[in-house]
Design a protein around this ligand. Sequence first.
Ligand code: ZN
Ligand code: ZN
Length: 381
Amino acid sequence: MAKSDYYGTLGVRRDASAEEIKKAYRRLARELHPDVNPDPATQERFKEITQAYEVLSDPGKRQMYDLGGDPFGGAGGGAGAGGFGAGFPFSDIMDAFFGTAAGGGGRGPRSRARRGRNATIRVELDLRESAFGTTRELTVDTAVLCEVCTGSGAAAGTHPDTCDMCNGRGEVSQVTRSFLGQVMTSRPCPQCGGFGSIIRHPCQECSGDGRVRTRRTIKVRIPAGVEDGTHIQLAGEGEIGPGGGPPGDLFLEIVERPHEIFERRGDDLHCTVQIPMTAAALGTILTVETLDGAEEIDVRPGTQSGQTISLYGRGVQRLNETGRGDLLIHVNVETPSRLDPAQEELLKELARLRGEERPPGKFAPGQQGFFSRLRDAFNGR
Ligand SMILES: [Zn+2]
Ligand SMILES: [Zn+2]
């Protein structure tokens, strides 16, 4: 039994997307449909492309076919002979011709149980909490399973009745004539809304929704290294679905409060300290605050305004990695103002000794000054 080349039949590549396969089938089906072209050879060809489409449009069957299996499980006595007939899901053809409009309702009753919605809550953290991680108790308004009906929506001791309009199928069918000949269209049953059953006595606790709103408290661990805008997904912690459906996810959106001293850029922290001109010239030991407590830093003699002192590993913990960013201390040298006569005299004496009474005013090298700061600003450093 020779295996059909479904890709060749539809004229698509083996890696064709679902959309390409649908397009190819649609184009061929318009051409070869028996109502358009009743010649027997054409009909045979129509069966072939339809069978190819049936397999390639279904991800499960396509995979089986790609792996060399027989997606029809031997039923119908082999490829080419069976396939198109009673068992063929008609909505797939409608789908191919008219897009998704006719497809949706054609799969029997739909379940009342649907997945719950995702929820997002904002969590405000200060810098220390986002740097080191924290644990929070959060109160969330959410929907939980109704314990009275355990999600069914029917009052205690009752069951949903089978819908008498669609006999529980959830859809009603109608035969119309079109250019394809007789066409059967299906649409969701208007009486039961496609569920196939009707809840005549809704649960009073949840009004038939299968869930009730409540407020609950959850304890969450927020990992070290999160930053403003980080989303943390808590799978299954969102609202439970209608009809006892599975819950959605809960997302925490991190909002980081600005720190009064430290500015965070990625995992590094930046701060600025002011030191007097004399300390910058002579060198000094400064005590500065870090996230880990006070630390002494060595300001070397001759430190210039704008220089940076780095404290390695004193920044923020890297999210999901080892190591921490750095703390970069920008030094700002203060020029003394409002000198008293004695100070002024001393400074003049210093200027005389250094031959700086009338300095020439050299241009600073470009890399050190304005342009490098501009470049850093662009590069986000
Ligand atoms: Zn209920
Ligand atoms: Zn119905």
